[in-house]
Write a protein that binds this ligand. Structure first.
Ligand code: ZN
Length: 433
């Protein structure tokens, strides 16, 4: 786009804490909003796009993404993962450190950020490990990773099993004002489990992971955060009781934030009936009742952010039997249309909630600038068409991996355009006027 101006006409702006969409035009010039408001005057020589029926959203921001680089570039790279984000309307992501080698030093943090600055068209931030090699034995150099720009520390994929090591990590993190992000699981209780423990796992003959595995660890991690004064962020909450534990601590004024992923809102253990490994993740899909409790918690503000836990795996690995296949599904490309289809379209929640939890609060969590729709603000825009379907074919997807339950399915809603600064990152809007 470079310096050329553009007018996006007749869209509807979604904003946090504003239940009604706002009819508006946007005029963009040199990467900034030149004018915002209804019925902007036409300007000679300035191209226009008719956005009737489209929603203007701030670019979404995902705080939980696995990019697999370095080490498993056959699954994803920083380049392909960030393109998958753009394809889903996401303009900022945070990488998890469970790479090979693990991102557990200042040098590793720097190397990931260097690759990102060369190869990604959106901001890619990174976390660093809590323990060296993510092995849970010895603290990583938390100060060194912080100095190079790590935005959180986490051993995601695994909990820190040793209470004392976690306590020490939290004490360091507090000194640097770093968030400790927790994958909550008691390994001894999860054992070789591959799905939620209960009636369905018994019937399918798949070893189960009890919800208590997650709930006990949530409670421990928040108690240790309280003891140390650290900020703990509970990742991918799946259990209704786990959410209630967080809510009770929040009511007591303890500094804890938490996230919920689209798949834990939309799917549950009954989707595993035909042993489809696209429904295998950790923590696992729970019950329909948990879906309802999590949704209610999201609406009531218990969850600070929505995050996908985008976890690419090869077809080869996901085609293994259910017990052997790896945990995790991709999510960056499917999150927005699937949340629209399942929750916004049927009226469970509005665009304001989506903007708050998947664009504004994730940036607030990390102390980043918010996206604003006012004159002279930098452009950071996702254009969504609720009337157009998305068919998640292999051709459509930009991720190197296709391990999603939405593969080859049609979902209502389509990301048509993504603009960041002076770059049009994605353009699928038809201009047949
Ligand atoms: Zn995790």
């Amino acid at each position: 786009m470079s310096d050329e101006a553009l007018i996006l006409r007749n869209g509807q702006l979604a904003q946090e804490d504003a239940p009604e969409l706002l009819d508006t035009d946007l005029m963009i010039e040199k990467g900034r909003l030149k004018a915002v408001g209804p019925k902007l005057p036409a300007v000679e020589g300035v191209a226009e796009i008719d956005c009737t029926g489209r929603i203007f959203l701030p670019g979404l921001f995902d705080v939980h993404v696995h990019l697999r680089e370095p080490g498993r570039e056959d699954k994803e790279t920083i380049a392909t993962g960030s393109e998958a984000a753009i394809n889903g309307g996401v303009t900022g992501i945070v990488a998890m450190p469970n790479c090979t080698p693990a991102i557990d030093s200042g040098g590793m943090v720097q190397s990931v950020l260097d690759i990102a600055s060369r190869e990604a068209r959106i901001p890619v931030l990174t976390t660093g490990c809590i323990t060296k090699g993510r092995l849970g034995q010895e603290l990583a150099n938390i100060g060194g990773m912080h100095a190079r720009g790590a935005v959180m520390i986490t051993d995601d994929g695994d909990p820190v099993g040793n209470h004392q090591i976690l306590r020490r990590a939290m004490e360091y993190a507090r000194e640097f004002d770093l968030i400790v992000a927790s994958h909550c699981e008691v390994k001894e209780l999860s054992g070789v489990g591959a799905m939620n423990e209960g009636e369905v796992s018994y019937r399918l003959g798949i070893p189960g992971i009890p919800a208590e595995s997650e709930e006990i660890c949530i409670s421990r991690d928040i108690r240790l955060a309280h003891l140390t004064g650290a900020h703990v962020h509970i990742q991918h909450v799946t259990s209704g009781e786990g959410m209630r534990i967080i809510e009770r601590f929040k009511e007591d004024g303890i500094k804890v934030t938490c996230e919920v992923s689209p798949h834990h809102l939309i799917f549950n253990e009954t989707h595993i009936e035909d042993y489809d490994t696209h429904y295998k993740m950790n923590p696992p899909l729970r019950t329909a009742e948990d879906n309802a409790i999590l949704l209610d918690g999201l609406k009531r503000g218990v969850f600070d952010v929505i995050a996908t836990d985008h976890a690419p795996h090869t077809d080869f690995e996901k085609q293994l039997d259910f017990a052997s296949a790896p945990f995790g599904i991709t999510g960056l490309e499917t999150a927005l249309p699937s949340l629209y289809q399942h929750f916004i379209k049927p009226g469970h929640f509005g665009w304001d909630l989506l903007v708050k939890r998947y664009a504004a609060e994730p940036r607030r969590l990390l102390g980043l600038d918010l996206v604003e729709f006012k004159e002279d603000a930098p452009v950071n825009l996702t254009l969504f068409n609720p009337e157009r379907e998305t068919h998640f074919t292999e051709d459509f997807m930009r991720s190197k991996s296709r391990n999603t339950p939405f593969l080859d399915k049609q979902v209502q809603g389509h990301v048509e355009m993504v603009i960041l600064g002076d770059q049009i990152l994605l353009d699928r809007i038809s201009r047949s006027s």
